[in-house]
Design a protein around this ligand. Structure first.
Ligand code: MN
Length: 208
């Protein structure tokens, strides 16, 4: 992502209730306005005294952690990762999306069928122990693979291109589903933004 300091809270591309009945408005409100906005605010305050880090894009900042001074490194990675991952997650969902035949074709090629892909993605999301993410990514060989991320870890240091991120922190589902993570995961498949996924895929292929 090309944003630089000071980071702003990007609005959702749809209404809080736009993903109902799959993902409820109250969850979306707290998730966007409180959790994600919290990461933005903390990232800005961490970078306040670090001019050289302010000039870097969010991607540059997160891709190479060694360049972040040690005393703020963990906090910058946690909060910067929170900003990066949530932007991918929110824009990766849409109220109505039917497009992207190419991405679907690639998923079938890679996973055997759409059902198998959903099954693998769902399994990764269930198996992620504690807070984190399941992610569909494009690797350097141009293959679509699924990875698990802990807390606010990102795919950038591994050189992977994110296609879809599925947030499995409890704050993503607890208000509606309580402990039933599987119900939330099943709901997420109904609100995937296929056009956005295909755009990310094509950009990733073009870069490799
Ligand atoms: Mn979240």
């Amino acid at each position: 992502m090309n944003q630089t300091y000071p980071y702003i809270v990007q609005p959702l591309n749809y209404a809080y209730d736009g993903l109902e009945p799959h993902i409820d408005a109250r969850t979306m409100y707290y998730h966007h306005d409180k959790h994600y906005a919290g990461y933005v605010g903390k990232l800005n305050s961490l970078l306040k005294e670090h001019k050289q880090l302010q000039r870097m894009t969010l991607n540059e900042l997160l891709a190479d952690p060694e360049q972040i001074p040690e005393e703020i490194r963990t906090d910058v990675l946690n909060n910067g990762g929170g900003v990066f991952n949530h932007l991918l997650y929110f824009d990766g969902m849409a109220p109505e999306s039917y497009g992207s035949p190419l991405l679907r074709e690639k998923l079938i090629e890679q996973f055997g069928s759409m059902e198998n892909w959903r099954c693998e993605m769902s399994k990764a999301a269930m198996e992620q122990f504690g807070s984190g993410w399941a992610a569909l990514v494009l690797n350097e060989q141009g293959e679509l693979v699924i990875v698990k991320l802990s807390n606010q870890e990102t795919v950038l240091p591994e050189g992977l291109v994110p296609i879809f991120l599925l947030d499995v922190w409890e704050h993503a589902y607890y208000l509606k589903h309580q402990n039933r993570r599987q119900d939330y995961i099943d709901s997420w498949f109904y609100v995937i933004n296929w056009e956005e996924g295909e755009k990310r895929y094509l950009e990733g292929i073009a870069m490799s």
